[in-house]
Ligand binder design. Sequence first.
Ligand code: MTE
Length: 312
Amino acid sequence: MLIRRPSDLRPSEITSPELFHGRRRFLQGALAAGAAAAFGLPAVASAGEKLPNVVKSPYRVDEPLTPYDAVTEYNNFYELGTGKDDPQRNAARLKPKPWTVEIAGACEQPGRVGFDDLIAGLALEERVYRHRCVEAWSMVVPWVGVPLGQVLAKYKPLSSAKYVAFTTLMDPQQFPGQRLPVLEWPYREGLRMDEALHPLTILAVGVYGEVLPNQNGAPLRLVVPWKYGFKGIKSIVKIEFVEHEPRTSWNLAAPDEYGFYANVNPAVDHPRWSQKRERRIGDWLKRDTLAFNGYGEQVASLYSGMDLRKSF
Ligand code: MTE
């Protein structure tokens, strides 16, 4: 994965959320009014639109939020380019509506389900989570989503389901990055069943109270706050219940560098850099990285008896 220093960030990326939103809403309103006047189009729910009925979850860290434009303009999404600002620049290529997810493998109710049905009946929650990338930068992000466990329960996993495997959309038209052999496409990720069912694990559909922008993984992406960011697979089209540990993209690409578990762990360095400290986007000074990204109290017990140097 490539590293760009926060000192390379444009000043626009550190605007306060309040200021940015004010400016952005004005532009959105003007653009929407212009389009409606020109084409008589009704408004459609899309990136940037406010999500209704979002409840504030008690799962929130009390730390300053990373500004909206840093969260949405400093991204990793190799299908849309390997530079940090490529995903935002190429975002319009992805068409997140309509969207269907295939539910497969060891469950009582496999099948294909539309995005709305997938999350139907579940409350949308705002969770403020630390987001720690394996490249040693971090953010604090107000995701909006639903607990993954509640989604999975709808499809009644069988007892043989020990892991959950996730796959991103494969479509080089929408994702030009898939024409390059940077990774084995489509992007794949996985969790052990107990990790997938843990209440901290969510499927995010929004950020900052609004529909998820394409560059952040619209229309739905995984967020597992105690793991490195690469576990947070974007634009998911397949969720499969499986018996054995699934192969995952970064682990396939460089197994010595990116493990299956990828728990944030300052005691286990990446072979090419230290994981002891991290740069919070917008800060000048580095800070200590916390074990399990600070969520140890909630999740350390999932790994009791495991050697986390081996299972990194
Ligand atoms: N998902 C897909 N499909 N493709 C990717 O390249 N990058 C991962 C993860 N999910 C990636 C992906 C990495 S390395 C990180 S750090 C996070 O997305 C970044 O999420 P963000 O850009 O929303 O902060």
